[in-house]
Design a protein around this ligand. Structure first.
Ligand code: HAM
Length: 417
C-alpha cells in the first residue's frame, strides 16, 4: 500500500475540528485588528526565497523543495509566506493608494528538515504582515496580538522572547565584534558552527549544542551594539509591551533563522514541546521590500506554527466536533424515500441529519445513531406514516414525543434550538 511521504501527515476528521477552531479564532482576531486575508501561491520562483530568506540560511541551503518545472525554471514549494506576501505587495503595487497594509494568510509551508515531534516537512502557518509602519508600537501590538491569541485558546504555558538585531548601520559593527570572539572560541564550537562562523556568524548565537552554548556564554551581545535609533526603537517596544501588560523576556541570543530581519525579533516559546520550543516567530524586516525591488517601506510580521500549537494546547478536537442533530431511522421503502427528502430539507436549514440507506433493522439503526453521537432520532415506519406523526427521541434524556408530519422541519427545528 502506498503510504504518506515521511514528514507529511493527514489531518483527519476527529482532529481537524481543533485546527478549524484555531484558524477561526485567528481569522476573527486578525480581522478585528484590521488585517485582510491574502492568498498567495504555494509555488514561487526559487530565487524569491534565496534573495529574501538568505543564501546562507539552513532553509535555503538545505531545506527547500526546489525542482525544475517542465521548462526548466527552478521553482520552490514555499518554505514560508513572508517572501511571497512581499512579492505580491510589490507586484500589485498594494502600496500605491496607501502604503499601510495589514495582510494575513493561513496555509501549508514546506521545509525538508529532519522530521521529529513538532517538526514536519509540510507544516501550517498562520501568517501576519504589516507594511508601511515603522513605529515600535506596531511591533508591540503584534506581540500583544499573539499573547491575546494564545490566551484566547487557553495556551498559557508560553513566554514571549524578544531581541533586536539592529540595522544596516549597527549590525556590521556587532558582527565584527562577534567574529573576533568566535575566532578565539573556534575550537569549542560544533562542526556546523565552525562553518557558520564565517558565513552566518549570528546563527552561532542560537545553536542548541551544549558545548556551543557554553562557549557562547560570554559572547558579545547585540544589545550593547545597537545604534541610538535602534536602541530607542527597542526601548519603545519594551515600554509598550509593559503598558499592554504582555510579559516577556529579553533574549539576546534570539537571532531567528531568516536573514531578512532588522531591529525587533520575537518568538513565542513553550516548555511543553521539547526541542521545537518556538510556537510562533517574527520580527521587523525594514529592508526587504526595497531589496526585492519595491518602494522603501518598512514591514513587520509573524507566523504561528499551527502544528506545534495543536500539539501544545489542552483543547480537544472532540469539543468542537459537530455530531448529527438528527438521525432519521426509517423503516420501509416509503418512509425511506420521505426520510431522504427530510434529510435534504434539514441540511438546507443548517440541521445536520443522517440516515441509513441500507434498510437495516430499527435496532441496528439506533445503534448507528448512537455511534454517530446523534442528539435526536426521528423514527418513522408504516404506522407513523399512517398516523401522520413521527417519533422523536432525545438520545440523552431518552424522552420520546410525537411530532406531526405536516410542518415537520419547522417543528423539529423549534424542538432542537
Ligand atoms: P519561522 O520561525 O521560520 O518564521 O517559522 C514560524 C513558526 O513556524 C515557528 O515558530 C514554528 O512554530 C513553525 N515551524 C517552522 N518550521 C516548522 C516545521 N518544520 N514543522 C512545524 N512547524 C514549523 C517564519 O516562517 C517567518 N516567515 C515569520 C515571519 C513573518 N516573520 C515576519 N513575518
Amino acid at each position: 500500500m502506498i503510504q504518506l511521504i515521511r514528514g507529511f501527515k493527514d489531518i483527519l476528521p476527529g482532529e481537524v475540528e481543533l485546527w478549524q477552531h484555531i484558524e477561526k479564532t485567528a481569522r476573527s482576531l486578525l480581522e478585528s485588528f484590521g488585517f485582510k486575508e491574502i492568498r498567495i501561491p504555494i509555488l514561487e520562483h526559487a530565487e524569491l526565497f534565496a534573495r529574501s530568506i538568505g543564501e546562507d540560511t539552513d532553509i535555503v541551503e538545505k531545506e527547500m523543495y526546489t525542482f525544475p518545472d517542465r521548462k526548466g525554471d527552478l521553482i520552490t514549494l514555499r518554505p514560508e509566506a513572508t517572501a511571497s506576501v512581499v512579492r505580491s505587495y510589490i507586484q500589485h503595487k498594494l502600496y500605491a493608494k496607501d502604503p499601510v497594509r495589514k495582510l494575513y494568510s493561513i496555509g501549508p509551508m514546506f521545509r525538508r528538515e529532519r522530521p521529529q515531534k513538532g517538526r514536519y516537512r509540510q507544516f501550517y502557518q498562520i501568517n501576519a504582515e504589516v507594511f508601511g509602519i515603522d513605529s515600535p508600537f506596531i511591533d508591540a501590538q503584534l506581540i500583544f496580538l499573539l499573547a491575546v491569541f494564545f490566551k484566547k485558546l487557553s495556551a498559557t504555558e508560553v513566554k514571549a522572547h524578544i531581541n533586536s538585531l539592529g540595522c544596516q548601520i549597527c549590525r556590521p559593527e556587532f558582527k565584527e565584534a562577534l567574529s573576533v570572539f568566535l575566532l578565539a572560541a573556534k575550537e569549542e564550537l560544533c562542526s556546523d558552527c565552525r562553518r557558520r562562523r564565517e558565513r552566518n556568524p549570528l546563527r552561532v548565537l542560537d545553536c542548541k549544542v551544549p558545548s556551543c552554548r557554553l562557549a557562547m556564554a560570554d559572547a558579545p551581545s547585540i544589545l550593547d551594539h545597537l545604534c541610538p535609533e535602534c536602541s530607542r526603537h527597542f526601548e519603545a517596544v519594551k515600554h509598550a509591551l509593559e503598558k499592554f501588560k504582555v510579559s516577556f523576556v529579553v533574549d539576546k541570543r534570539l537571532v531567528r533563522g531568516l536573514d531578512y530581519y532588522t531591529r525587533t525579533t520575537f518568538e513565542i516559546q513553550t516548555g511543553s514541546l521539547g526541542a521545537q520550543n518556538a510556537v510562533a516567530g517574527g520580527g521587523r524586516y525594514d529592508s526587504l521590500v526595497k531589496a526585492l525591488g519595491g518602494p522603501d517601506q518598512p514591514a513587520v510580521g509573524f507566523a504561528i506554527g499551527l502544528d506545534r500549537f495543536v500539539e501544545m494546547t489542552d483543547l480537544k478536537a472532540k469539543d468542537f466536533a459537530q455530531n448529527p442533530d438528527i438521525f432519521i431511522a426509517a423503516l420501509g421503502e416509503k418512509s425511506m424515500s420521505m426520510a431522504f427528502d427530510w434529510a435534504c430539507a434539514f441540511g438546507l436549514e443548517g440541521i445536520i441529519a443522517e440516515l441509513d440507506f441500507a434498510g437495516k433493522s430499527l435496532k441496528s439503526q439506533m445503534k448507528r445513531a448512537d455511534r454517530l453521537g446523534a442528539k435526536h432520532v426521528l423514527i418513522v415506519g408504516e404506522k407513523e406514516l399512517e398516523e401522520k406523526a413521527v417519533i422523536m427521541r432525545n438520545m440523552t434524556t431518552k424522552e420520546q414525543l410525537s411530532v406531526p408530519l405536516d410542518n415537520l422541519i419547522k417543528a423539529v427545528k423549534d424542538k432542537i434550538s
